[in-house]
Every structure is written in C-alpha cells, then in structure tokens.
Ligand binder design. Structure first.
Ligand SMILES: O=C(O)[C@H]1O[C@H](OP(=O)(O)OP(=O)(O)OC[C@H]2O[C@@H](n3ccc(=O)[nH]c3=O)[C@H](O)[C@@H]2O)[C@H](O)[C@@H](O)[C@@H]1O
Length: 425
C-alpha cells in the first residue's frame, strides 16, 4: 500500500504501480554510479519528510534508498515528477532499524528534493553515529576521487623519470646488449627495484588518502552546515595532510626510485663509483668524417701505429692522417681548442743520423709500403703547423718512439712487444 506522508502533496494515483523492493548485497552502490551525480543526505528510519510517523518503515526518496544492513528500496523517477512522497509498508520496521541512506540524483527535480528536505527539517548536520557508519567512499566521493587522482598523477610523475633514468643509466649509455646475461639480469633487477619503490609510493598514497577520508569524516561530524553547503570546510587541514604526506612519505620513496641505480651500480662495477662522478661518454666516430662537438681540448691519437696494421689498409691510413687531422684542426679552429697530435719516430724514415733530434728532417721513401704512415704523419705535422701559423691554433706534437704498455696486442709487431713475445714463447 502506498500512502502520502504529507497533506501538501497530492495523494498518489491509485493506479500507481506497486513499488519495487529489492535486496542488495551489504555493499553500497558502486562508486562509479555515485561519483558524478550524487549528493548525500541521511534520514532516520521513521522520519518521513512530512514529519508524520507511520507504523511502518516510512521512507522518503526519489531514486534510491539504501541501508547498510542490506535493504534497498528502489522508487522510480516518475514519482518525483508528481512531487510525490511514498511510504512503503512492504517491509517490517524491525528489519530496518539501521539508518537509511538517501541518495539524491541531481536531475530536473533536485530543487523539489531540496525544498522538501528543508521544509521538513532534515537538513541539519548528520548525527555523529550516522557519519561513523558511512562508508568512507560515500563521505565525499568526488573529493576522494580527485585526491586519489592527484596523488596518482604526482607519484607517476615522480616515478616515471626515475625508471627512465634507471634504464638509461644501466643500458643506453653503454649500448644495450641485452643478450649478455649480466646486462639482462641487471635490467630485470633494476626494473624490480623501481617497481618495488613505486609500489611503496602508491601504498603511501593510499594511507594518505585514508587520512583525508578520516579528516573529511571528522569535519562532517563537527562542522555544522557542511553537508548543506552553508558551513565552511577546513581546507587548511587538507592541504597540511597532503603536504606532510608528500614530504614524509612520497618524496623519500620517490627519491629511492631515482637513487637506486646509483646506489646499486658500485656493487655491479668496481670502477663505477669513479665513473658516476666523472661519467665520461665514449662515442665511436670516424675521424675522416666531420665532427661537430663542443670541446676544450683535443688529443688526436687516431691511426694504427703498427706496420702490420697500418699497411693492411694503407689508403684508410693516409686518409686518417690527412683528412682526419684536417677535421680535428677544423674543429680546434671553430671552438678555439688546443690540440695534441701523436706523431711518430717514423717521420724520420730511414734516418741517416743517430740519435735523431727534432731539427732532423728525415730520410723518407715517398712511395714505399710504409709511406702511408710515414708521409701521412709528416703531412699531419705540416697541417698542425700551418693551422698554427695561419689560424693561431695552439698545437702540441709528440713524436712517439716504440710504444708499449698494458693491453697491448702480443702480435703488435713492434720491437718491444716482439722481444717480450719471443722471450715468453
Ligand atoms: O679551402 C680553403 O680555401 C680553406 O680551407 C680551410 O677552411 P675550411 O674549408 O673552411 O675548413 P676548416 O674550417 O679549416 O675545417 C677543416 C675541416 O674540419 C672539419 N670540421 C670543422 C669544424 C668542426 O667543428 N668539425 C669539423 O669536423 C670540416 O668539415 C673541414 O673539412 C682552411 O682552414 C682555410 O684556411 C682555407 O682557406
């Protein structure tokens, strides 16, 4: 049976179909359905908008009435069009002792709802016990979602550069050779740490969101008129919670994400602490091609020095010494850098003087099999002095005699390594 609770409203038509009563799980309606279109009011069971008490569970509503205990009364929108108020008698009041949550859809009839509530003194602050029973998600759904979105975006912005930096540090700077087990394991471990700390960050987001919910709940509970829009929320407390959380929880965890590669890499490479301080980049370039970089000093050491190797591709050897030296001098000229050329004792060729002094001009075969190197270095020296005289480039030339040292090829073919190799073999 449907009864009008107020004499101000026309009684419902006898032809009005019976109202549907359904039972929902204890959960509340989905957040998605609430987030964009609902405000929340509460009423005690038995308080009808008209103030009249009925012998049954008197409910007033438009779209939905839900009780945490599980009862849900689902009215229809047409009833609101008739500015109608309904009282259900289909349910036993004993079964519905809990508070009834009334959700107002913000539709064309919202003003009717509001005036109805105001007229019937249902617009005061929610009773504390009612606020305590509200599921956190319903306290202020839109604010909650906005806060969560803000934290998610913020932490994402913090974490993504960390992950990218980590990957660049671990792989791109050295060329990503994922087929090497060490590199592959390093990438997996590096990514795992990043995700671990990212998860910690997101966890802290959740805990902060909970604090915000509790604060919202507290304010609804203590500030009069907040529910109706007449009371002023304490925004400063929200801001303080967010700020404190950022400083105390999110930034330290985000910093861990950023610093993990640097902290771990010393364990990975013995020399990496030095590298992380100095951090040189090694590029593989062809000195016979123009090179556009900004430098302070140039050490032009390019060119194989062993007869075995420089004779292997003699044209490339002369190109390196002539075109390569030209390019390095052009670079030095453009950026105003000082340049060092490593030359050779072979600029003396088959010397007629012993020992050779720098003023000695040498005795070089211009068409022999070693000329690509001998004449190449003589041209390189000549270019150095011409650029110095013509363009004022600051130059240094070192005529190196038989070089040897660590990591030298045992089959280099030069005299010192040959002596050592013959002695140990
Ligand atoms: O042919 C010429 O008449 C001129 O040749 C050169 O001048 P330029 O050709 O402008 O070349 P440089 O500026 O001396 O540079 C030499 C080489 O260095 C290369 N270069 C220059 C600058 C740089 O940053 N990187 C770089 O690789 C250039 O590609 C170029 O092939 C001489 O410097 C001039 O004295 C001469 O008048």
């Amino acid at each position: 049976m449907i009864m009008p609770p107020s004499t101000r409203h026309a009684p419902p038509s006898p032809s009005l179909p019976p109202k549907r009563v359904s039972v929902l799980p204890p959960s509340v309606p989905s957040l998605a359905s609430l987030s964009t279109r609902l405000t929340i009011h509460g009423a005690r069971l038995g308080d009808s908008p008209s103030g009249t008490k009925t012998g049954s569970a008197a409910l007033w509503c438009s779209a939905r009435l839900g009780a945490p205990g599980g009862g849900l009364w689902d009215g229809d929108h047409d009833a609101w069009a008739q500015d109608d108020v309904h009282v259900t008698q289909g349910q036993d009041p004993e079964d519905m002792k809990q508070f009834i949550f009334v959700y107002y859809e913000l539709g064309n009839f919202y003003q009717n709802h509001r005036s109805l509530v105001d007229n019937n003194n249902l617009s005061g602050p929610l009773p504390p016990e009612l606020v305590d029973t509200l599921p956190p998600e319903l306290v202020d759904t839109r604010s909650l979602l906005a806060i969560l979105a803000g934290f998610a975006i913020g932490s994402g912005a913090l974490v993504v550069p960390g992950v990218v930096w980590c990957l660049r540090w671990q792989s791109w700077s050295e060329g990503c050779r994922c087929s090497l087990p060490k590199v592959f394991i390093g990438l997996i471990v590096g990514a795992m740490f990043s995700y671990w700390f990212s998860a910690m960050t997101m966890k802290s987001v959740g805990s902060v969101a909970l604090k915000m919910v509790e604060e919202v709940r507290r304010q609804f509970n203590t500030i009069l008129g907040l529910m109706e829009g007449t009371g002023k929320p304490d925004y400063a407390t929200y801001v303080k919670i967010c700020t404190d959380a950022s400083i105390n929880e999110m930034i330290p965890r985000g910093a861990l994400v950023m610093l993990t590669p640097s902290l771990l890499e010393p364990l990975w490479h013995r020399d990496s602490l030095w590298r992380s301080c100095w951090c040189p980049d090694f590029w593989s370039v062809d000195v016979t091609e123009p090179l556009l970089v900004e430098v302070d000093q140039i050490c032009h050491l390019a060119c194989p020095a062993s007869p075995i190797f420089y004779k292997h591709n003699s044209v490339k050897t002369i190109k390196t010494n002539v075109i390569g030296t030209l390019n390095m001098l052009g670079l030095a000229k453009r950026v105003g850098a000082r340049i060092l050329l490593t030359s050779t004792s072979e600029v003396y060729g088959d010397p007629l003087e012993h020992p050779q002094i720098e003023a000695y001009w040498g005795n070089v075969n211009p068409i022999g099999v070693r000329s690509c190197y001998d004449e190449g270095k003589r041209v390189a020296e000549m270019l150095m002095f011409d650029y110095h005289r013509q363009h004022g480039i600051e130059i240094r030339i070192a005529r190196i005699f038989n070089t040897y040292g660590p990591r030298m090829n045992i089959d280099d073919g030069r005299v010192v390594s040959n002596f050592i190799a013959q002695a140990v073999r």
